[in-house]
Design a protein around this ligand. Structure first.
Ligand code: ARG
Length: 279
């Protein structure tokens, strides 16, 4: 669905990016990232999105916060409200004050989850049409999804993430439009697969090798999908469904368990989000 709104995306340059701890199966401190490569890849992603007409907002990088580049985890955006993540790991919880200040300075109402609930923002909660698809178990909990959905007054569809490599929902599910999404079936249990099949009329499966290239971790701008390199089958399938696919190599970020989508936070609501089209 192409809209007349201007896509607005929050990103954070990788000045202090690195593999300094291990909080998911992709991260190995011994497998360090190469600074120049990370910059080059990040800048290519940024300019690719800007060339598609997106306005890119930038956060200031912070020393000691290597994962601040993954702005998708800042929180969940709903109109002018920013639900600020409650990170599962202390090393990432330190990012929240910086995200909160940025959103406060930019005129958002900043809301926090009650204590004792964990939620990692747009990494684990994605709108497809009017429903909020919500990944839980590893980083976010089902209660936190129920809480935020009740706050927003939207329907939530909880999906258990059963494969440790696909620890955030945005690593295995990517809404393209109302009723259409990419997904990696093996990241879900039978019940989760059934929920997806029942609620998304066109589900495009991504093969294992390309899911491991983080193909599902894609950024959708209108009818264009920007994703990591090495996903030729997914690119062909997208084209069959009327989408243009653009590959940007993001291997340096795969070392931290992230890719295109993780490096962005859509401030005006993702393409598939029902509320954003009405806003
Ligand atoms: N190293 C980061 C973490 O484990 C990567 C975050 C990826 N973000 C995402 N939205 N999937 O938290």
């Amino acid at each position: 669905m192409s809209t007349t709104r201007t896509p607005t995306i929050l990103m954070c340059p990788p000045d202090h990016y690195g593999i300094e701890y291990e909080i998911n199966p992709w991260m190995k401190r011994s497998f360090a990232s190469v600074r120049d490569q990370a910059f080059l890849q990040w800048r290519t992603l940024r300019s690719t999105l800007a060339n598609l007409g997106a306005v890119i907002e930038e956060m200031t990088p912070q020393l000691g916060l290597p994962d601040l580049v993954f702005t998708a985890n800042a929180g969940l955006i709903f109109h002018r409200r920013f639900y600020s993540s409650r990170f599962m790991h202390e090393v990432r919880a330190k990012e929240s004050p910086f995200f909160d200040s940025w959103f406060r300075e930019h005129g958002y109402e900043v809301i926090h989850w009650p204590e004792g609930m964990y939620h990692e923002g747009a990494g684990d909660a994605l709108f497809c049409g009017d429903a909020l698809f919500a990944g839980y178990r590893t980083r976010s909990d089902a209660r936190a999804h129920q809480w935020v959905a009740a706050e927003m007054g939207v329907r939530v569809l909880p999906l258990e993430l059963v494969n440790p490599r696909f620890y955030h929902l945005d690593t295995c599910f990517c809404p393209l439009a109302d009723g259409m999404a990419l997904y990696y079936p093996d990241a879900f249990d039978t019940y989760g697969k059934r929920v997806l099949e029942t609620h998304v009329s066109t589900l495009i499966p991504v093969i294992e090798a390309e899911a491991h290239r983080f193909g599902c971790n894609a950024v959708v701008v209108g009818k264009t999908v920007v994703h990591n390199s090495g996903c030729p089958q997914m690119a062909m399938d997208l084209e069959k469904h009327g989408y243009k696919s653009i590959e940007v190599t993001l291997d340096e970020f795969l070392k931290a368990g992230g890719s295109a989508k993780c490096l962005t936070l859509r401030l005006d609501g993702e393409e598939a989000a029902g509320w954003a089209r009405q806003a």
